[in-house]
Design a protein around this ligand. Structure first.
Ligand SMILES: N[C@@H](CCC(=O)N[C@@H](CS)C(=O)NCC(=O)O)C(=O)O
Length: 201
């Protein structure tokens, strides 16, 4: 398998975590985002949206971190540890994938990109919406170890990197103790792999 990503990309990291958890070997190719390589024809042929990550598995080329998590879980974890097969449980997990792609991706992620790469964003609005999204996680994690089923699933992997990296966008996690405990719990899992700004606990 070939993962096209970037060392600073939280979305790429979601995929790295599941590849690690499933014990799958892969090669990673760094896409030169500052040089605009993700908008060039060879990359657009893999992902017309021009975004990371992309995973190639044989002849299949997949984009969108959430879609890749679903693909890997269904294909390489048929017992459904990471993506349950029970319809209600599956829907509950998929709801968190949507949350990751919407409430998290569109808030704390642009705030972080502003500070890391100088991307122009409506910073205050992004930070405020980011805090609102993390408040929902905080409430969900009251009395729970993980988002669903009291075990790590792709719901956690989809939400975790961008939330744990939120302080890089100056969204402080100090006021969210349940979220901090959850990120620490994930950082202690045997499958955890580090990335810049996100170390093992
Ligand atoms: N919904 C997509 C979002 C991917 C995304 O925003 N990737 C960032 C890197 S973390 C990217 O490629 N940004 C460059 C751009 O959008 O032009 C996913 O979950 O994979």
């Amino acid at each position: 398998m070939l993962l096209h990503g970037h060392p600073l990309s939280g979305n790429t990291h979601k995929v790295r975590l599941l590849l690690s958890a499933l014990g799958l070997s892969y090669e990673e190719r760094v896409v030169d985002v500052p040089a605009g390589a993700h908008k060039r024809p060879d990359f657009l042929a893999l992902n017309p949206r021009g975004q990371l990550p992309v995973l190639q598995d044989g002849k299949v080329a997949l984009h969108d971190a959430q879609a890749i998590l679903v693909y890997l879980a269904r294909k390489y974890d048929p017992r459904g540890t990471w993506l349950p097969t029970d319809p209600a449980e599956m829907a509950a997990v998929v709801a968190w994938l949507s949350f990751a792609a919407n409430e998290i991706q569109n808030t704390v992620h642009p705030a972080r990109m502003h500070f890391l790469l100088g991307v122009p964003v409506s910073l205050e609005a992004a930070q405020r919406a980011g805090r609102a999204a993390i408040s929902l996680l905080e409430a969900r994690l009251q009395g729970r170890t993980f988002l669903e089923l009291e075990r790590p699933t792709i719901a956690d992997l989809a939400c975790f990197p961008c939330v744990a990296l939120a302080p890089e966008g100056k969204v402080d996690l100090a006021e969210f103790p349940n979220v901090r405990a959850w990120t620490d719990r994930l950082r202690k899992q045997p499958f955890f792999v580090a990335m810049p700004g996100l170390a093992a606990a």
